[in-house]
Design a protein around this ligand. Structure first.
Ligand SMILES: COc1ccc(/C(C)=C/C(=O)O)cc1
Ligand SMILES: [Zn+2]
Length: 263
């Protein structure tokens, strides 16, 4: 039923009201990646990321996650290759996490939950001139998903963790420069799953080519605890709400094929 409805069903997430009118509604994200049902595609090339840390501009709390935003007025930070026909420009990255290490990711692999998930959001700069344009188009966006598992401390993440206390409340922003998002990618980016889906927060548009990395990265419990010290609420609100469980419920696969770049 969820595949044909024009409205998003069972949106249990408290972050927005439902039902939401979704164009089509049959390629929503996130989903459970059923490994044995994924199809190996030998045509899938390795991903090619080329990020310039100088394009890093700011970090801010948008009331749903925290975003690290990049200057996307030129092709200085891009991803291409993989399943992509065009070059896509990095505009921001953000995370989703739980109140406990036991859950927090949006995608799952054979129902396995990870403690958090990183999304690097890019838009098709070969075909469109603005993110806002691309976000509405079928081949407009490319999002790299990386699972986070609690374990050893992630040295590259610490610079970002140290900036979070300055943006505890919704709509707070601070300058943030010279951060290379490549440090957040796993050592192996050749092995990934890819499928056509959507944004996982409003506008939920079905414009995303997802590339979910098979290999996770490790972050420490203390680093993730700082993520959980953020607030959904702005400083002037009476009741402050901790920013946790900012993930969307899983959506129906609706007959979509998930391809793997590895056999
Ligand atoms: C135009 O407003 C937008 C709001 C959110 C997003 C993203 C990038 C959502 C997501 O990460 O699921 C894009 C545009
Ligand atoms: Zn996301």
């Amino acid at each position: 039923a969820a595949c044909s409805s024009k409205y998003v069903l069972s949106q249990m997430h408290p972050m927005w009201q439902e039902p939401l009118p979704i164009p089509g509604g049959d390629r929503q994200s996130p989903i459970d990646i059923v490994v044995r049902k994924s199809v190996y595609d030998s045509e899938l090339k390795p991903l090619v990321t080329d990020y310039d840390p100088q394009t890093c501009q700011q970090i801010w709390n948008n009331g749903y996650s925290f975003l690290v935003e990049y200057d996307d007025t030129t092709d200085k930070s891009t991803v291409k290759g993989g399943p992509l026909q065009d070059k896509y420009r990095l505009c921001q990255f953000h995370f989703h996490w739980g109140e406990s290490n036991a859950w927090g990711s949006e995608h799952t692999v054979d129902r396995k939950l990870f403690s958090a998930e990183l999304h690097l959001v890019h838009w098709n700069s070969d075909k469109y001139s603005l993110f806002e344009e691309a976000v509405m188009e079928e081949n407009g966006l490319a999002v790299i998903g990386v699972f986070l598992k609690v374990g050893k401390r992630h040295e590259g993440l610490q610079k970002l963790v140290d900036a979070l206390p300055a943006i505890r409340h919704k709509n707070s922003v601070v300058d943030f420069n010279r951060f290379d998002p490549a440090c957040l990618l796993p050592s192996n980016t050749d092995d990934y799953w890819t499928y056509h889906g959507s944004l996982t927060t409003p506008p939920l548009t079905e414009s995303v080519t997802w590339m979910v990395m098979k290999q996770h990265i490790e972050v420490s419990h203390d680093q993730l605890a700082v993520f959980r010290s953020l607030l959904f609420t702005s400083a002037d609100e009476e009741v402050q709400k901790g920013m946790v469980n900012n993930f969307r419920v899983q959506q129906s696969q609706c007959g979509r094929t998930v391809r793997s770049s590895f056999s």
